[in-house]
Design a protein around this ligand. Structure first.
Ligand code: UD1
Ligand code: BG6
Length: 371
């Protein structure tokens, strides 16, 4: 049921304040004055000791689910102190990459049925790793075959392009980081700041959704373009990949997410006064580097659309030529949840304006159960 919305993708983008609330329900514990705030992931509590002892955490997924894991990678590394590596499911299987008994392998999948991810899971089980599932579908193959896991509880997602599952996956993996790191005293203040951030997150997502009209106006400007680049780094490299994936999947426009740190090693050659470029420059430890990226793109006459935190317009504007999207500021590791929303809206409006099928893009399926 689409309710008041025209398409499922639109509905699912706009219901993210609610889906995120459901994802966190019963899992965030706010302590009293002397009790620490903490998270409780029922499906993992008996396995946390094993996870903490593992030599490595390997995230495995495809498409949007892979991007969500990438968004959470650094907070998991920071709070757990365990190295985290990333695997596209098909590539892990193609390479028969090394997976050991001392590894924790985390399989991220909205449907829980993706063939590539399932094959990678079988492979990791054979190699003796602890296998953890993060899925939206109770009773799915991945939920059944993993040793333990977390249901993201985002509610049924119908649009082929994943939106609300992406933000819920990031939140679950941030909670995973908090749970693994929960016995480390030195991280306590940081963990509490993130838990506070989680409490406020649905409200902030509601705020960022107010950009709907602004993103529709931007889509009107970009309707006839051939290509769109999205530059991000740090926590928001994943946002760049995911924003580009949305535009590619539904608006059928070429789009590429680019790690801004790699700009000089190739992508700069593409920059001219015609190609639109989104630069994500919200506040985190990479902000000044992104300011310099903006300067350099501007110096090459790049057609910039800059995403920054509210109040930062002046700090990211160059020569008055760039367009600026201001988004609410949240704690750095949760900022990807906010930043992806305007890009989801942009992809949605571009698709509708270009007259394509939003909920069932050509050649794609919601759940790819064949190799
Ligand atoms: C569970 C109940 C929830 C109830 C809550 C009350 C289910 C599905 N969930 O939620 O309805 O409100 O207790 O305490 O009945 N698992 C995997 N692989 C996966 C995902 C999950 O093995 O990919 C396992 C978990 O390890 C766990 C079980 O499935 O044993 C349920 O996971 P989850 O729903 O996340 O657990 P709770 O949040 O505790
Ligand atoms: C398909 C979908 O390619 O599978 C994508 O079209 C999705 O939207 C990908 O991200 C992975 O799916 P899942 O269910 O494993 O998260």
């Amino acid at each position: 049921n689409k309710g008041k919305y025209e398409h499922y993708m639109q509905k699912e983008i706009h219901e993210q304040p609610e889906s995120l609330t459901t994802t966190m329900r019963g899992r965030l514990i706010r302590g009293g004055s002397c009790k620490a705030k903490t998270v409780l992931l029922g499906g993992l509590k008996d396995h946390l000791k094993t996870i903490r002892r593992s030599r490595r955490i390997v995230f495995v997924g495809c498409g949007t689910s892979y991007n969500a894991a990438l968004a959470a990678r650094s907070i998991v590394e920071e709070l757990s102190g365990i190295p985290v590596t990333m695997e596209i499911a098909s590539d892990l299987v193609d390479r028969q990459g090394p997976i050991y008994r001392e590894d924790t392998a985390v399989f991220v999948s909205q449907s829980g049925e993706t063939a590539d991810t399932l094959l990678a899971l079988e492979y990791a089980l054979e190699n003796g790793a602890l296998c953890v599932g993060i899925t939206n579908t109770v009773g799915s193959a991945i939920a059944r075959h993993t040793h333990c896991g977390v249901h993201i509880n985002a509610g049924c997602e119908i649009g082929v392009a994943s939106t609300k599952a992406y933000t819920s996956q990031i939140v679950v993996m941030a909670m995973l980081a908090l749970a693994i790191g929960a016995d480390t005293l030195s991280n306590q203040a940081r963990r509490e700041a993130i838990i506070d951030g989680l409490f406020y997150l649905p409200r902030k997502v509601k705020e960022v959704l107010k950009l709907d009209k602004e993103m529709k106006d931007l889509a009107k400007l970009l309707i006839a373009e051939q290509s769109l680049l999205v530059f991000g780094r740090g926590y928001n490299y994943a946002t760049a990949l995911e924003g580009a994936l949305k535009v590619k999947e539904v608006a059928l426009m070429h789009s590429e997410g680019i790690l801004a740190g790699e700009m000089k090693h190739g992508p700069l050659a593409l920059v001219d006064e015609n190609l639109p470029i989104v630069v994500i420059a919200t506040r985190d430890s990479c902000f000044s580097k992104q300011q310099s990226v903006i300067q350099q793109l501007h110096a090459r006459k790049g057609r910039l659309i800059v995403m920054c935190a509210e109040g930062d317009k002046a700090s990211v504007s160059v020569g008055g030529s760039s367009r600026v999207i201001e988004v609410p500021h949240v704690v750095d590791c949760l900022q990807p949840v906010i930043n992806v929303v305007p890009l989801q809206l942009l992809a949605y409006h571009l698709t509708v304006l270009r007259g394509y099928n939003v909920d069932q893009p050509r050649n794609l399926a919601k759940s790819v159960t064949t190799q």
